[in-house]
Design a binder for this molecule. Sequence first.
Ligand code: ATP
Length: 327
Amino acid sequence: MRIAVLPGDGIGPEVIGAAVEVLKHVAPDLETVHGDVGLECFSRRGEYLPDETLDLIRESDAVLFGAITTPLKAEGYRSPILRIRKEFDLYANLRPVRNPAPGIGLVDMDVIIVRENTEGMYTGEETVDDEGVDLKRRVSRAASERICRFAREISESQSRKSVTCVHKANVLRKSDGLFRDVFYEVMEESVIESRDMIVDAAAAALVSNPQCMDVIVTLNLYGDILSDEAAALAGGLGIAPSANLGDGHALFEPVHGSAPDIAGKGVANPTASFLTTAMMLEHIGRTEEAGRIRRAVTATLSAGHRTRDLGGGLGTKEFSEQVLSRL
Ligand code: ATP
């Protein structure tokens, strides 16, 4: 099997470099091929996402992605990650959020957020006139159906307790109303409990009563915001993994960005990229190796080894060495 490795910018190469070492350790048989992407790639080659990188993704079984810095002058800039999501129809954004070890995070939670990745508020179709800007917001039956189906399958395969559809159908009656109706249609014969919640109530519940939340399925913008909120509550951006999944391709990335403020200092927390690697391994059927990585990360954190974002003093390299020694 072949893994495309796209480290990108900022702390991307630091945390993905550490993740590849871990990957090589647990699954030495996997072929890893590095590809170019991002702002640094643009400064060298004049393009953010070269065709050869797209070909590499096409020919790989999974993609391990770091982060990209958005240029200050974003005129004409098209986000490579949005382009990849569109090109390969990666319609589901999957973000499991749980505390990586006891005592880390502000509240305890074990939540899976399934976010619709292709439409909603992120159509990018903005029209400017003299008075302001119009934005096209799209909610289609087909996209709602496939994301709700995806959430149902994840919940059933992992024997979760409930799926909550998060929306704002009290105001956006037709569009979010359609999403909620499709959700109940899809869940009709499932053994998993299904319910729905208004997005503002869901945001509050994640803080005040996170144990009532299990799997959440939601529209693009709400999922974007709720998943960062949940990650912050469970230990911060340094610990949060994610996947972008379609029917034929899969891209795995830490939730955090390129963190220019700490890039090159060797202090980034690689936990998110280790847990991202575990998600990727699970996706390609290497469940045993995925479990080994997760257990090594938990054991390392439980033994008190922490990077600076979690109140410790270790750098990326020292923390990674602790994880590797446990593997
Ligand atoms: P970008 O524009 O690429 O999204 P950003 O700095 O706006 O970058 P993030 O990269 O997500 O957004 O970073 C937000 C904050 O979290 C920054 O202060 C950053 O240093 C911190 N942070 C993000 N990831 C990590 C990490 N892996 N380890 C430690 N701190 C991190």
